[in-house]
Design a protein around this ligand. Structure first.
Ligand code: ADP
Ligand code: MG
Length: 712
């Protein structure tokens, strides 16, 4: 039996343990026990300190050091009560995952004892010598220090791995000169600038000034699960997170029987464990279900404030990976782990509120409707003006296999509004032009909107940017990507639109306000309606139509990242204080380098697997055929035509494979253009996948798609 067959046998013989399903769980008392959220803070801090901290968290009031000392002390007591021995500043460098460096709560004394200590300074500022993180040239080695700074708006939490408990403190990460080296800092900046512009806009509408603006995010996370026994036999998945080879199985997702199907016992046990882990640290995991592809699933939390939701999504990804391991599974967060079936995205549900009111919720009176339509038009204007930047925020080696493939949104950014809202937008465009043949127009701020059925707005699954009732759902983001990048862009471009609209509104007199507003919205619709597309985004003719409309189609990462170097974009981020020009350019460098490295790893690995795993299997099989033929000849059984044909086929495939390998090798050695390497790797794959369906199953070394996707 080959190793692959042994693994399959082992999986089938391993009992599946479903312990958690038997334990009762009380959400009321157990939710958030390992999160130092407002509730815990109130219990552990004195009233005045709690009030001041709350002011910092909710109003952004600066924190003084005395408060920090008290908070640190309370945090330490709380964390030690919960079993923590260490703390870490937890931050989000440009690598795509989280980073941590642990320190014990330990201070040795001169008399040979040790005291548990954690000061306000320890809480507020960290100095990890994190010189090996990508910085895109922002740090030279002589000033290699990076600094982490506490973000009080994202509660500290306790991470538990086995019996080890560590207090994690979400922080920003920047260089000695204060230039950002992470994803959180620009996200916070973008939230701030969007809030400031929103306040201006709301003032134009005469809405109270002391309400708090907030940006909200609900990130739906898709993922795959495979068995660990098979994973360890796929060097491609182990090193790149995806399969570089694999013939399509006979049954995959054609029957559409996986989507929302009954969840299998081993999987529900895993999901339950994930939910308990997330609830423990105060992450409101809400929805779990089977996704379209076999072995594909989704988890979605209830939406939260953007910065918090972004941190939480990182923790969700980490938790999925860790819990999978405990269950003998491996969680694949790659955007396209398997060719030929659906890949995984991260649906970024974004909205903006002022006080208690979600501004993307059509209101209940003409005044609220006017605000809704203004915010809606601002988003349309922003997305059309900066479609290239939104696309760039989703760029990456993994997502390239998804965007534009047949199940994901295309690389062209367009907006889906649904029939009813499009009709309203059309009416705004028609405006008060009385001569128009369409007498049916809407007076902004005077007329009521018809009720919009929220479910009917969510039917188009092909749109990258869809209005879904009371929020926009950006679907181009990849499953493994941080939510930070797309939302940094979204916040900044909508801030610009708010800014420009507010500037126009501010110049209007009170009596001209409605008319003026109507005109402003009308001109926005006229100029930007080309970005609205309610049709099927997967169809080939949309590409042609989009080209005619002048919408950018940035098909791969190198193309999608170039907007970061564009002077108009550098100016945009500079103007709103989100990135200075060197920060933005450094991001281009880091993401481009990451892409090139990933492609290099993939292509050189594919070559290696092809040469050292697949080729020997093919040669073995050819040898087996030759032996059989020889034996038949000796046994005087005559010539076997079928055997001969088969031998020739394998021999030809071996020859083609060695040619394809040689071509790929040349490019890999020369470290050629990534797109060329990828194309050459595609040629190798085609032949390998042909061999897979011809070679004796017992000799095939790599677990097949049918096994990876269906064995639980
Ligand atoms: P779907 O049909 O796409 O699964 P859901 O109604 O389940 O849509 O919502 C998906 C996500 O959108 C959830 O995480 C939900 O909490 C989030 N969401 C709902 N309202 C808002 C909002 N106002 N802002 C941001 N996200 C929201
Ligand atoms: Mg969705």
């Amino acid at each position: 039996m080959n190793a692959r067959k042994q693994a399959l046998t082992k999986i089938s013989e391993t009992p599946k343990v479903y312990e958690n399903l038997e334990k009762p769980y009380d959400i009321n008392s157990e939710y958030g026990v390992d999160s130092f959220g407002l509730g815990t803070m109130e219990a552990y801090l004195s009233k005045p300190i709690y009030r001041r901290l709350r002011n910092t968290i909710e109003q952004g009031v600066a924190l003084d050091e005395a408060v920090a000392d008290d908070v640190a002390h309370a945090m330490k007591i709380w964390a030690m009560n919960r079993g923590a021995t260490h703390y870490t500043h937890w931050f989000l460098p440009l690598t795509g995952s989280s980073a941590e460096k642990h320190d014990a709560f330990l201070d040795p004394t001169s008399d040979g004892r040790a005291i548990a200590r954690f000061s306000g300074k320890n809480l507020i500022l960290g100095e990890p010598d994190a010189s090996s993180f990508p910085s895109g040239g922002l740090r030279s080695t002589f000033e290699a220090r990076g600094y982490t700074a506490w973000d009080p708006t994202s509660p500290a939490f306790i991470k538990r791995i086995g019996g080890v408990a560590t207090l994690c403190i979400p922080t920003m990460f920047c260089s000695y000169n204060g230039e950002v080296l992470d994803k959180k800092t620009p996200l916070l900046r973008s939230i701030q600038v969007l809030g400031a512009q929103l306040k201006r806009l709301m003032k134009c509408f005469g809405v109270e000034e002391d309400a708090r603006p907030s940006v909200t995010l609900g990130a739906e996370q898709e993922y795959f699960l495979i068995d660990r026994e098979l994973y360890v036999q796929r060097p491609d998945i182990m090193q790149t997170g995806r399969t570089l080879f694999g013939a399509p199985p006979q049954k995959h997702q054609q029957l559409e029987d996986h989507y929302f199907g009954a969840i299998k016992p081993r999987i529900i046990n895993f999901m339950h464990d994930v939910d308990l882990e997330l609830w423990r640290i105060g992450i409101p995991a809400k929805t779990r279900h089977n996704e379209v592809a076999p072995a594909q699933f989704e988890i979605a939390p209830v939406f939260e404030e953007l910065n918090l939701a972004t941190d939480h999504n990182v923790m969700i990804m980490e938790t999925l990976r860790n819990v999978a391991e405990k269950h003998g599974l491996v969680c694949l967060l790659h955007e396209k782990p398997f060719a030929g079936i659906n890949g995984s995205g991260k649906h970024n549900n974004w909205s903006i509120s002022y006080g208690d009111r979600n501004l993307l919720n059509p209101g209940t009176n003409p005044h609220e409707n006017a605000i809704f339509l203004t915010v809606l038009c601002a988003v349309i204007k922003a997305v059309d003006t900066h479609a290239d930047l939104l696309r760039s925020a989703t760029a990456g080696a993994g997502n390239d296999h998804r965007l534009g493939a047949n199940e994901a949104p295309p690389a062209i950014i367009s907006i889906f509004l649904g029939e009813q809202l499009t009709d309203i937008i059309d009416q705004i465009e028609t405006g008060e032009a009385k001569s128009s043949k369409n007498s049916n127009y809407l007076k902004v701020g005077v007329d009521m909107l018809p009720p919009l059925p929220t479910d009917a707005t969510d039917r188009n699954r092909t749109s990258p940017f869809a209005f879904t009732g009371n929020k926009f759902e950006f679907r181009a983001a990849g499953s493994s990507q941080s939510c930070a990048s797309p939302n940094i862009v979204l916040n900044t471009i909508v801030a610009e639109a708010f800014d420009e609209i507010a500037t126009e509104l501010e110049s209007l007199s009170k009596k001209d306000f409605q008319k003026g507003l109507q005109k402003i919205l009308q001109s926005i619709v006229k100029k930007h309606k080309r970005v609205i597309f309610n049709g099927d985004g997967y169809k080939e003719n949309w590409k042609k139509e989009a080209l005619k409309r002048g919408l950018p189609n940035l098909a791969n990462t190198p193309a999608a990242l170039t907007p970061l170097k564009d002077s108009k974009n550098i100016e945009l981020f500079r103007k709103y204080g989100v990135f200075n020009s060197s920060e933005l350019l450094s991001r281009y460098e880091v993401f481009m380098e990451e892409y090139c490295k990933k492609v290099h790893i993939e292509t050189s690995l594919a070559l290696n697997i092809s040469k050292t795993i697949v080729m020997p299997a093919a040669e073995n099989y050819l040898n087996k055929i030759a032996e059989t033929a020889k034996n038949m000849h000796e046994a005087k059984l005559g010539k076997n035509k079928a055997l001969e044909t088969k031998g020739r086929l394998i021999s030809t495939l071996i020859e083609s494979l060695s040619e394809a390998n040689a071509a790929l090798e040349k490019l890999v050695v020369a470290n050629a253009d990534p797109l060329k390497k990828l194309a050459a790797m595609g040629d190798v794959r085609t032949i390998v996948d042909k061999l897979e369906v011809e070679i004796d199953d017992a000799l095939w070394p790599l677990p097949k798609y049918s096994e990876l996707l269906f064995i639980y």
